[in-house]
Write a protein that binds this ligand. Structure first.
Ligand code: F6P
Length: 360
């Protein structure tokens, strides 16, 4: 073992630079290896010549701000699945062999990939096809990867959403308004649930629980009867309309993504309760910015453990957090278990115990 590489893949989040730093520190100080950073996830391995797409990571490069910085110095992408790669002429090509060849050309002994469920699935298929020495580190603000209790980026996103509720509450109260906060989370409601409890939401809507508009309206009317004329509603972007239709927007390339459920709810709540509503879409504020202390610690623990796994030649594993410990699990198992909100779990019971409505 002499030389390893690291890449970040999928949507960025807070804590990625902290994990790149941890991998670099452990590999250089603990084992005396060389560490290469690959730019833009698997895209970097497709580029020729490869040298422009890699970076020698050194201890000096990490001495100052990087632990605290949002984003990823390596860049990342959540587009361009190499097994179904969009070509300029509109066709799709399987470019997986080019990536595997890129890995070999770098003459590395192992690759550490930091990603969410989508990118780790792709990386694990590439590793199997090319017999690559691969170790995975989970990151995703959605916190929907199986087996690990936490992924890098989730805690900071929850902190941002909680702060947003903290800022919305006084203005809601001053104007007697119902404030609706739309948060990310793709298909899982973890961010909405946890920040909704922490930020004192009256209504939390998550994709795991179908809701009825009349029940949400009843909750707001009940608050009004008690003399409270403002309310906070938090909704996960993947929540559907009452009739089951997804609420999506199309970007300029025609790609579909979630967006708009907040405005839909704002109108309906206003119609049904007479309350004045305002909608805030938190968007990518949840992904950028400084990692909070939990994401920094997770990044440090995951980075060190991932390098130790490489040293032990334990490949096709994902590092994970369970019961206050860093562990490692078979990568295949982790990606096979999608982790949405456990509607019978402690946090749900807590929210219900507090009288928060889920509209059901
Ligand atoms: O998976 C992370 C995530 O932030 C989701 O919560 C969100 O739906 C999506 O990525 C947004 O992706 P993009 O950066 O392409 O807008």
């Amino acid at each position: 073992m002499k030389r390893i590489a690291i890449l970040t893949s999928g949507g960025d989040c807070a804590g990625l630079n902290a994990v790149i730093r941890a991998v670099t520190y452990r590999a250089i100080q603990g084992y005396g290896w060389e560490v290469l950073g690959i730019h833009n996830g698997t895209q970097g391995l497709l580029a020729r010549p490869l040298e422009y797409e890699t970076l020698n990571l050194s201890l000096r490069g990490f001495e100052d701000r990087l632990l605290r910085m949002g984003g990823t110095i390596l860049g990342t992408t959540n587009k361009g699945n190499p097994f179904h790669y969009p070509m300029p002429d509109g066709t799709f090509l399987n470019r997986s062999e080019e990536i595997i060849e890129g890995y070999r050309r770098l003459e590395i002994d192992a690759l550490i990939g930091v990603g969410g469920d989508g990118s780790l699935k792709i990386l694990s298929e590439l590793a199997a096809q090319g017999n690559l020495n691969f170790v995975a580190i989970p990151k995703t603000i959605d916190n929907d990867l199986g087996i690990t209790e936490n992924s890098i980026g989730f805690s900071t996103a929850v902190q941002v959403a909680t702060e947003a509720l903290d800022r919305l509450q006084p203005t809601a109260a001053s104007h007697d308004r119902v404030m609706i906060l739309e948060v990310m989370g793709r298909d899982a409601g973890h961010i909405a649930l946890i920040s909704g409890i922490a930020g004192g939401a009256d209504v939390i809507l998550i994709p795991e629980i179908p809701y009825r508009m009349t029940i949400i309206a009843d909750k707001i009317k009940e608050l009004q009867k008690r003399g409270r004329r403002s309310a906070l509603v938090i909704v996960a972007e993947a929540v559907k309309k009452e009739n089951g239709d997804s609420v999506v927007i199309h970007d300029i390339m025609g790609k579909e993504r979630y967006g708009g459920i907040g405005h839909y709810l704002g109108e309906k709540i206003s119609e049904l309760t007479g309350a004045e509503t305002r909608v805030t879409v938190l968007g990518h504020l949840q992904r950028g910015g400084q990692p909070d202390f939990r994401d920094r610690l997770l990044a440090c623990a995951f980075g060190v453990h991932a390098v130790d796994l490489v040293a032990e030649k334990k490949f096709n594993r994902m590092v994970a957090w369970q019961n206050r410990k860093v562990i490692d699990v078979p990568l295949e198992e982790a990606i096979a278990h999608y982790q949405d909100v456990n509607i019978h779990g402690t946090m749900m019971a807590t929210a219900r115990g507090l009288g928060i409505s889920f509209g059901d």
